[in-house]
Design a protein around this ligand. Structure first.
Ligand SMILES: *[C@@H]1O[C@H](CO)[C@@H](O)[C@H](O)[C@H]1NC(C)=O
Ligand SMILES: *[C@@H]1O[C@H](CO)[C@@H](O)[C@H](O)[C@H]1NC(C)=O
Ligand SMILES: *[C@@H]1O[C@H](CO)[C@@H](O)[C@H](O)[C@H]1NC(C)=O
Length: 303
């Protein structure tokens, strides 16, 4: 029975995606806080200069966020604590890349791309680490010295997406067992910060952006173009390997869908969600998130 609402949503999604194709006529522009305006058109070309400028803005925002107190900024000495803290961080020792793996942010397609790149590069580097054959690994599997070396020298990439859209995506993929979006949100809120599933846990808790000095913050919506610049700068020619990232296709649909789903929630739920994600909302460029408008007096989460 609960599949019916999802089916309806999916059908509407398909129609809206089709319609939105025809509506993409506005000029692209970059938002003042480092996000690309969601209304930028399909044929929009992101120049290298704009890309680098956006990166500066995003990292500046992140540094300001990390300058506040209460953030994790050092690696724990204990292996267990590290395993917990770094559980979403992945590395490719072949490509010298580190990234944070979060569902629904585009990392699935990114992982496919890395696999292709690794096959293509087929590099046999002089071994700083004796695990070259394994394509992609958890950062926390390595010892402290190795982790420190990787954090220092690897290209580090963070994928981010409006938390409210992550929630919608999780709901539509059938995570949890809730019959409606509103009760799904209720479950999310009930799970609390510490017990949250990686599917909806705040990015700040999953990716530790104050501990890992990410070189690039890429925002869901223009992944193909952003990653093309990023990889070229990392010395990895990937242009003919870049997959069709679906983010640019669902961008419009999600902004429309967000408003529909948002209106299903009570004011209290909306406020609680803003509070739940308030670190993400201040660390990353989500100025157009529906949750942003509800942040009145920021409270601090206890760690
Ligand atoms: C990669 O290198 C290995 C051993 O060096 C070799 O056996 C394999 O065929 C190579 N693969 C490609 C796709 O070049
Ligand atoms: C960390 O791992 C590397 C490679 O396995 C090893 O050479 C090094 O001795 C280890 N360091 C510590 C402190 O265990
Ligand atoms: C965490 O979640 C599990 C399963 O959903 C639940 O059994 C447990 O009580 C929760 N713990 C806390 C501290 O909320």
């Amino acid at each position: 029975m609960r599949f019916l609402p999802r089916l309806l949503i999916l059908a509407t999604l398909a129609i809206a995606t089709f319609l939105s194709w025809r509506l993409l006529l506005r000029s692209p522009a970059t938002g003042r806080e480092g996000d690309l305006v969601p209304k930028a058109e399909e044929g929009f070309t992101l120049t290298l200069d704009t890309f680098l400028h956006l990166q500066q803005l995003r990292k500046k925002r992140l540094r300001a966020f990390c300058g506040q107190s209460g953030k994790v900024t050092t690696l724990p000495r204990s292996r267990e604590e590290r395993a917990h803290l770094l559980s979403s961080l992945r590395v490719s020792t072949k490509l010298d890349l580190l990234y944070c793996q979060v569902p629904s942010t585009g990392t699935e397609e990114w992982q496919q791309l890395l696999k292709k790149l690794e096959e293509k590069e087929n590099v046999t580097l002089p071994l700083p680490y004796p695990h070259q054959h394994v394509p992609e690994r958890q950062l926390s599997e390595f010892n402290l010295t190795e982790i420190e070396a990787m954090l220092e020298s690897y290209t580090k990439v963070l994928f981010v997406r409006d938390p409210f859209q992550r929630l919608i995506s999780a709901f539509m993929q059938g995570m949890g067992s809730s019959p409606s979006f509103s009760s799904f949100v209720q479950d999310v809120l009930a799970s609390g910060q510490h017990n949250a599933s990686a599917t909806w846990k705040p990015l700040v808790s999953l990716c530790r952006p104050c501990l890992v000095q990410y070189d690039y913050v890429v925002v869901f919506g223009f992944l193909r173009q952003e990653l093309s610049h990023l990889l070229r700068r990392a010395g990895l020619a990937a242009d003919n390997l870049l997959p069709e990232f679906t983010d640019s296709k669902v961008r419009w649909t999600y902004s429309w869908l967000s408003e529909q789903m948002f209106s299903e929630l009570s004011l209290q739920q909306k406020k609680q969600l803003s509070h739940f994600y308030h670190w993400d909302l201040s660390a990353f460029p989500f100025s157009s998130s529906l949750l942003t408008g509800l942040l009145s007096t920021p409270k601090t989460w206890e760690k």
